[in-house]
Design a protein around this ligand. Structure first.
Ligand SMILES: NC(=O)c1ccc[n+]([C@@H]2O[C@H](COP(=O)([O-])OP(=O)(O)OC[C@H]3O[C@@H](n4cnc5c(N)ncnc54)[C@H](O)[C@@H]3O)[C@@H](O)[C@H]2O)c1
Length: 246
């Protein structure tokens, strides 16, 4: 029996649950946990697949999900990761920023490409040697809790500090830092009233060439910080993990 647990029933948790409902990911039971229980119950009411809403992580662990998707917050990762790994459960982490500090290694931790892509090429280049990674993220001020009327640099510096200053918005910086090395990644966050998408531009110089990647993602209607692509990258990973299990 394949059970999937989701921690965090906001924008990403809702999209993943919807994919399970549509049969895009095959699972027998969905276990939902959100410390705001109404959010979990709202999803439960909208689905026909078997769903159990639990009150805490311990209850979720007792139901023995094969995979848990963390789609909650960096604090949730810090609070729950050890307990989940102790049960030998596969864990997909969306709040990747938390992993930069935790420095944990486990083959049960899975990091989706999130709101960007090209990590296969970037990780290959990282083995050969990367000189620099420059991430320029451009978001509408409302996605950064700002209200500037003209374009403004909200942050310029290293990936770790970008993640600390924008814990909910700059997971992409953490993903790049974990794929290469944190000290190679320079980040610029631009609050730009002219854009209505979350735009990530990545420029990389490596030993045998350079790369330029650009992602212009529509923000989630209920949570402008989040792009649907992040949820769909977790769906792809979840599908792969479940399909490998007999
Ligand atoms: N990897 C990426 O590229 C990427 C992209 C977008 C978002 N994210 C991250 O994924 C996470 C979820 O994003 P979202 O847009 O769905 O957020 P959201 O705010 O829409 O939903 C988060 C939900 O988690 C719940 N929650 C928060 N902390 C919790 C805890 N400790 N225990 C239980 N429930 C908790 C909240 O009540 C909320 O319902 C965020 O941390 C976000 O920064 C990552």
């Amino acid at each position: 029996m394949k059970k999937v647990g989701i921690i965090g029933c906001g924008a990403i948790g809702t999209i993943i649950s919807g994919a399970i409902e549509k049969g895009l990911v095959k699972c027998d039971e969905l276990i939902l946990y959100d410390y705001n229980m109404e959010r979990a119950e709202k999803i439960q009411k909208s689905l026909h697949v078997p769903v159990t809403v639990v009150k805490n992580l311990e209850e979720m662990l007792r139901l023995k999900p094969a995979v848990i998707v963390e789609a909650a917050s960096q604090q949730a990762v810090r609070d729950y990761i050890d307990k989940i790994l102790a049960e030998n459960i596969e864990l997909i982490v969306m709040s990747v920023g938390a992993l930069l500090d935790l420095k944990l290694k486990s083959n049960k931790i899975h990091i989706p490409s999130g709101a960007i892509g090209g990590l296969d090429a970037i990780s290959g280049a990282a083995i050969a040697g990367i000189d620099e990674v420059i991430l320029t993220t451009r978001k509408n001020p409302k996605a950064l809790d700002m209200d500037n009327k003209e374009e403004k640099i909200a942050y310029e510096g290293c990936a770790e500090e970008a993640v600390r200053r924008f814990p909910r918005e700059m997971n992409v910086a953490a993903t790049l830092a974990l794929t290469t090395q944190p000290e190679k990644v320079r980040v610029r966050v631009i609050s730009d009233p002219k854009v209505d998408k979350n735009v990530h531009e990545i420029k990389i110089k490596w030993k045998y060439g350079d790369m330029q990647l650009k992602f212009a993602n529509e923000p989630h209607p209920e949570n402008p910080r989040t792009s649907a692509l992040a949820a769909w990258s977790a769906i792809k990973l979840l599908k792969e993990i479940l399909e490998k299990r007999t």
